[in-house]
Design a protein around this ligand. Structure first.
Ligand SMILES: [Zn+2]
Length: 416
């Protein structure tokens, strides 16, 4: 942490040992072929992003290597954002970059909006950007070649900076010329000033300083740690990164976006709520019993889905890294929160159904083995019991969810 020496009355002599300027590497990956105009725009945009970041954060040594993966996807067709994110994550890991921006000439497949220009993923530190809709020449054929390239590049640079802001945990702003203003159409990007507001700048600076810090795997002190100790240490050092990433994933959306999960869970709930034996069994469970059942159900279903949906597919022979630990922890925690949200929804739904349709006389008859009338504690126990069974069956349903779609929901922070 840097200290503000100027605030002290008598500044101590400057330390002899001088730290080198921290380096930040933002790699660009060209995914698939680009035509001449797109290529010119990409080169110009890369220069604009470089200027913008160097001007905003001069305390770092920035570099922006470019890798051309023309073998990846043919232009013109729709591509899955998660495929591009995966490609970017691989390049980032192999080359040791801090962030990766994957640019494609193809359109990105949007799941929740009519179209998407970019899909940042803070969990992977990668963003996919599409040039397909950015060309101003499509709407303004009278533009000269130079103007066209310049505006095209401006849009792409604005989009790249917006995505870079999200990779560093920034939220949206309301001013139309702000980098973090959410563009509703490519033309909105024309208004971007390409410079971050002061609060945004400070936030990125703190975030990037953290990233540029020496990584644990580069420090020999941590070499002799076992895998578990390494992971624990990495978590202690990066817990706020984990929290930040989970917030960007917004796991409370999961039950609303994973329809197979929700359908299976709600079907189970309805069947159980209408069954006398289920009431009989559920209502007699002690509350602490139900509490640990819920914890086991949430943890078990999360781990099951992470595995089944290949969310943590660890590449063969990969060395352990601090970033890997943070990513895995974030995804696991996000899944856990998503399943908890589903559990809470089922729990609430059971209580509502009880209030609306079930009077005491029916329940007393159904839970006959209880030997007393069904009170609030028994209803809570029943609701917790069936909610835990519900998310168990829900997880089985979610395992049939298309893997690409599931990864899209888990990894893509927003469809810009
Ligand atoms: Zn955004």
């Amino acid at each position: 942490m840097a200290e503000t020496l100027s605030a002290l009355p008598t500044p101590p002599p400057a330390p002899v040992e001088r730290r080198h300027v921290p380096a930040v590497v933002v790699g660009w990956v060209q995914a698939g072929p680009l035509d001449e105009t797109q290529n010119a725009a990409l080169m110009r945009a890369r220069a604009m992003v470089r200027e913008a970041l160097r001007a905003a954060l001069p305390g770092f040594k920035w570099s922006f290597p470019l890798v051309r993966r023309t073998d990846l996807y043919a232009g013109g067709q729709e591509v899955e954002p998660v495929d591009l994110l995966d490609a970017g994550a691989t390049e980032r890991r192999v080359a040791g970059w801090d962030f990766a921006l994957v640019a494609t000439g193809a359109d990105l497949r949007a799941r929740f909006r009519p179209f998407t220009l970019a899909t940042p993923s803070q969990a992977l530190d990668v963003a996919a950007l599409s040039l397909a809709r950015l060309d101003p020449g499509a709407r303004h054929p009278d533009l000269s070649d130079a103007e066209r390239t310049e505006r095209f590049a401006h849009r792409l640079a604005a989009l790249a900076l917006h995505a870079f802001g999200h990779l560093n945990g920034l939220d949206h702003e309301t001013h139309e010329d702000a980098v973090m203003y959410p563009p509703r159409s490519p033309a909105d990007l024309d208004r971007s000033s390409l410079s971050f507001t002061e609060p945004n700048r400070t936030e990125i600076e703190a975030e990037v300083a953290d990233v540029a810090d020496l990584r644990m795997e580069e420090e020999t002190v941590f070499d002799q740690l076992g895998d578990a100790a390494f992971a624990l240490k990495a978590l202690v050092l990066n817990w706020n990164d984990v929290a930040d990433t989970v917030l960007q994933i917004r796991p409370w959306r999961f039950p609303f976006q994973l329809s197979k999960l929700t359908t299976a869970a709600i079907s189970t709930l309805i069947v159980l709520v209408m069954t006398a034996e289920a009431w009989d069994l559920g209502a007699r469970q002690p509350l602490w019993h139900v509490a640990w059942l819920a914890v086991v159900a949430v943890a078990g279903t999360s781990a099951y889905l992470v595995r089944k949906q290949g969310l943590l597919a660890r590449r063969h022979g990969q060395t352990r890294t601090e970033q890997q630990v943070v990513q895995s922890a974030s995804i696991l925690l996000a899944l856990g929160l998503g399943m908890s949200t589903t559990w809470a929804l089922l729990f609430g739904a059971t209580l509502v159904l009880r209030l609306l349709f079930f009077d005491g006389a029916i329940l007393d008859g159904w839970a006959a083995s209880l030997g007393r009338s069904v009170g609030p504690d028994e209803v809570l126990a029943f609701a917790g019991f069936v909610s835990s069974l519900g998310i168990g069956v829900g997880a089985l349903g979610a395992s049939f969810e298309d893997q690409t779609y599931f990864r899209h929901v888990a990894y893509v922070d927003e469809e810009t």
